[in-house]
Design a protein around this ligand. Structure first.
Ligand code: G3P
Ligand code: CA
Length: 280
């Protein structure tokens, strides 16, 4: 495997261009190490950190009783043994659910006994476990359903000293597909690091995005090197989702991408061994 990547490195060659305003290439654990463990569970987050993730990604929804929880869908149907919309269930009801057994059933080759009984996590539980020693990449989902979610998140992050005067700049990045939400957050604070997600990278106005966000998060299958160069010219970071195979990782790194969301942090770390310039 290493020989393959070494040869790829020679064939493609590392880029010598430095991305605008970027410290280092970052690996964002998409829903945790979700290629190998049930997404958004403690097992997935711990594995991602063990594999060397730079950021843990949390998709955030709100329960019926207004608690922030880490889950991708707006229902619990796909990932748990329960059913129903997140915003129609209380946290107490949601904490009864098994968020790991379905993964074991769907992926028997990756199943582990301790995945059974993993639970959906509150943001409080994730931060309570990993605290200030970890970086968080937080997506505000379906904000049209949750009018108070952005404010609640800001209060929470401030209270835990992850943003604001006591926070470390860059420890938290907030992402969303919802432009209005990001603009709202920008008006609240010029210090927040905000990333505009998009599934239509050629239909967005990068100059406009640069007026309220620090970066853009495109579907990587829909961009080319020119897109990244143009985003950099506007001073935007480019964090692509969701990059799971090594060939695509190498291609994007050579295009000078600033980070990738991946279900396989371990693969991205191996790529790092042959692209040391990008992993400083
Ligand atoms: O947040 C980046 C990427 O995760 C967006 O897609 O649907 O996996 O949240 P999704
Ligand atoms: Ca996401």
């Amino acid at each position: 495997m290493r020989l393959f990547f070494f040869l790829m490195c020679i064939i493609i060659g590392p880029s010598s261009v430095t991305a605008a305003g970027v410290g280092k290439f970052v690996i964002i654990a998409h829903r945790g190490a979700s290629g190998q463990a049930p997404e958004h569970t403690m097992a997935a987050y711990q594995l991602a950190l063990d594999q060397g993730a730079d950021y843990l990604e949390l998709d955030i929804h709100m329960t019926k009783d207004k608690q922030l929880i880490a889950i991708h869908d707006d229902t619990v149907d796909r990932t748990t043994n329960g059913q129903g919309k997140v915003n129609s269930l209380t946290l107490s009801e949601i904490k009864q659910l098994d968020a790991g057994s379905r993964f074991n059933q769907n992926f028997p080759d990756k199943a582990k006994p301790y995945y059974r009984g993993q639970t959906i996590l509150t943001l409080e539980e994730v931060i309570g476990k990993f605290g200030g020693s970890v970086n968080y990449y937080i997506e505000l989902k379906k904000t049209q359903q949750y009018s108070e979610m952005a404010d609640k998140l800001l209060r929470f992050l401030n209270a835990h000293q992850l943003i604001g005067t006591l926070g470390v700049h860059g420890q938290v990045i907030i992402e969303s597909f919802h432009e209005d939400t990001l603009k709202y957050l920008r008006n609240k604070s010029s210090e927040l690091i905000l990333v505009q997600l998009t599934d239509n990278p050629w239909n967005i106005d990068l100059a406009k995005i640069a007026s309220y966000a620090d970066g853009v998060g495109p579907n990587y299958t829909k961009i080319n090197q020119k897109f990244i160069e143009t985003a950099h010219q506007h001073g935007l970071l480019v964090h692509c989702w969701t990059v799971n195979n090594e060939t695509d990782m190498i291609k994007l790194i050579n295009w000078n991408v600033d980070g990738i969301f991946t279900n396989y942090v371990d693969r991205a770390r191996i790529i790092g061994t042959v692209f040391p310039f990008h992993f400083q």
